[in-house]
Ligand binder design. Sequence first.
Ligand code: TTP
Ligand code: MG
Length: 359
Amino acid sequence: MVGHFDLDYFFAQVEEVHDPSSRKLPVVVCVYSGRTEDSGVVSTANYKAREFGVKSGMPISVAKRRLMETEARFLPMRRELYEAPSERIMSLLRAETDALEQTGIDEAFFDITAKTGGDFGAATVLASSIKRQVLQREKLTCSIGIGPNKIVAKLASDFAKPDGLTLVPPEEVNDFMNPLPVDKLYGIGSKSSTLLRERGITTIADLAGADPQLLEGVFGHKLAAHFHNAARGVDEEPVTPRTEATQLSRIITLKKDTQDVGEILAQLNPAIEDLHNRLMEKKLAFRSVSVIGILPNLSIRTRTKSLEIPTVQLSPLTDTAPALLSSLTSETGVLRRVGIRVSGLETAEEQSSLADFLR
Ligand code: TTP
Ligand code: MG
């Protein structure tokens, strides 16, 4: 019994939670390249904006044109803001399942064979309870798919987005998969799907019935075998416990806009300690420290220092933060929000002997 969990329009939904007045409007989260005012791409958009054809990866200028007649909100991506709910939700999922394999900031596979005794009724109850808890605690909707393996679970979570829950028992796998377009299958991108379409293969049923030699022509030998099985809903890959985080951060809003380093540090220190506690809980060492500043106009600046060796200590955080912060504020002037980030994370056990040796 395998599930796939995916938050709906994640970055844009977190922005809606932060500013509920945007809920009724198209919301577009943008990665600005900074060259000209509108250069950059769309990170994601809420479903209101998607009605106008706006989607991830689209140039911001195109999205603006499509939403010209609306009161759309165009917001800069604030990754720091999305990490804390992501982490809390992943911890919740880890507690509710037998095993969790996080595959992105907002998605994960999970195994609930033992938890449910393989019963789809029990799986429905568990998945509904997870959805309810995520909504209550974080005010976020998600979509969950459940099936006999990862391939089916992933298709199922995508099937009824947003706020979906789709269960596909083994005996319904083929009826469920057959009518879906081939590019819904994990690993089939626009290039392969074009090649397949040219050969008359548009649905998963077409793929399942395709001549193996034709598939080798498109995918090569190894992948052809994989997709031949995948299209029939056959997949034996286990859920492998994995945490995504290669960085962690904490961010706070200052009591009032300021550039006074002492004042900022006094407010930031509890967040630094909290971040350090999270690292200790997860037994993670870090390789670099960054200070993040958000200006009154919401633009973001960072300063980073790399350490010579990965560490689990608190002192490199408290020692480097003041210098990074002074350097940052001397460029930016007053800040509205400030954060601390550690990156280059690795499990402390793995490197401790080497780190001790170097020390
Ligand atoms: P997705 O889960 O692919 O997309 P989504 O959560 O925005 O929307 P959906 O309801 O379809 O699940 O990606 C998760 C986040 O990753 C997304 O909110 C923003 C980010 N992202 C990008 O920055 N660029 C991209 O091209 C994609 C696909 C996602
Ligand atoms: Mg998502």
